[in-house]
Design a protein around this ligand. Sequence first.
Ligand SMILES: N[C@@H](CCC(=O)N[C@@H](CS)C(=O)NCC(=O)O)C(=O)O
Length: 215
Amino acid sequence: MTVQSMGLKQGHWPVLYSFRRCPYAMRARMALFHAGIQCEIREVLLSHKPAALLALSAKATVPVLQLPDGKVIDESLDIMRWALGDHGLCWQADAAVADLIAVNDTLFKQHLDAYKYGQGVDVQSSFEAGCVFLAQLDQRLAASQYLFSDAVSLADVALFPFVRQFAAVDLMAFSSLPFMHVQQWLKGWLDDADFKAIMCKRPPWQAENQAVFLL
Ligand SMILES: N[C@@H](CCC(=O)N[C@@H](CS)C(=O)NCC(=O)O)C(=O)O
């Protein structure tokens, strides 16, 4: 779907404040791209957040989606649900899916940050704690191609950017894990054409520049 088919004039499409490497922003971009929702991408430097972003959302995290009617969605999962819900797409997104995403966004994210940034606790114990979650994912992926079935679920798209980040801390350590299914699943996402498209590099957005980059 294009902005034109959504009945929008050029310049009146959704605007996504995003950060290329942020896993929350990746999952939002994946859903928007999958739904064919053309929007303007404003690449944000987290160290220099633009005033326009701060004015939209006091919590000042990315991603933030501003709709042409002025509505603001500043949680990645809400952006995904908006993109998919409003456009009749069918990634499984029931309570079980939401529960797994919640574990990812709380426990796994904590272990990931501690492993990645060596925060406080021992890096090795954070790695091992993260692996407990990966083992659960591996069990699921041994039973089906994706986390809940042989079709993509919201959880697959919501989680893989975090698993990607975990893997990237130490690729050798990740590839040595006995989690063949997770490794294949992640590789599938990294090779995915939509993922390659949403990872396209863009210069940081500046209010005074007129350049518009579309997703
Ligand atoms: N719950 C939020 C979390 C978003 C989030 O924490 N994003 C990070 C970047 S990966 C951020 O913007 N952090 C603020 C900062 O670094 O100043 C969501 O799902 O959208």
